[in-house]
Write a protein of this length. Sequence first.
Length: 369
Amino acid sequence: MPTQRDYYEILGVSKSASDDEIKRAYRSLARKAHPDVVHDGDKHHAEAQFKEINEAYAVLSDPGKRAQYDRYGSVEGPFGAGGFAGAGVGDIFDFFFGGGVQQQRRGPARGSDLRYDMEIELTDVLTGVERQITFDHLARCEHCNGSGSASGQEPTDCPECHGTGELRHARTTMLGQFVTTVPCARCAGSGKIVRDPCKHCHGRGRADRKRAMTVKVPAGADDGTRLRYTGMGEAGERGGPGGDLYVYIAVAPHDVFERNGADLHCATAISFTQAALGATLEIEALDGTASLKIPAGTQSGTTFHIGGRGLPRLRGHGRGDLVTEVNVAVPTKLTRKQKEILEEYARAGGEEVEDTDLFKKVRKAFGGE
């Protein structure tokens, strides 16, 4: 059995990495390794690498799965997700003796779930967005309608396991005799075989296909938002139920705004006179402009909240706030008249004016060099 690569190594983070560090590493790798972005090299290798990155993030971004992985080196642990506490009697005997209580498997197997990663813009979060996506999957064979049979005949009971899907072997140990059950190799545990396999799908009832569909991303979606599409994953074997498609959302960084839940944060530069005398400004919001009232005497670094101009709440009502921090911008050049006015202002406040050094003091007072 091939050795599974370490999930931390795949994402390039340490075992003590925070959730934010793991998220940033995943987003960076996912953008570079996405099969639609990689134009050179083996496409199958790119898809395998992208799947590996997604698998690592799916485990390390989930606190419960990450704890299991850190403890056991897998998300299952020695007896599944619950250890001994979650194991039945058959699981425990199987761990020690290679078998346990017989559990019959009936019917065709369910198809596997699929994952698709989608990146959207911050403006898409404001209104929601619909995107057309395409992906490869195992679909029900059109020629045999998923039965796996060329003539459409129903599968028959496997002669090896007599339709049970399992083979039983008795073993004698120091504690007595135990019965071991293993999946039947001839029918792959389904209990059924196809006498005349379809030549297009080789009796599997499934074939590789591309699927196109529309994904509706709701307003207020955040990084890690998961959309589930029931039955849109891999088709089941020989007519079995289909798996599900999970679409994971990532929101691209914005040049102006930084998101904090439903709130949007940004910075606004104001002049010394606006800070001292007060002013009403029109500032940029994600959906246009917003009015910001600056009271007289506002200090650099003060934050203001403009209610209802943030992002929609995904599971709630209304929108968050637009939060802006004002910073006093000190001009790099002054006209002679501006210098004279500032010098007069300084003298009125009792400051000693030393020619052009006053300008340097003003800049230093408001955070300038």
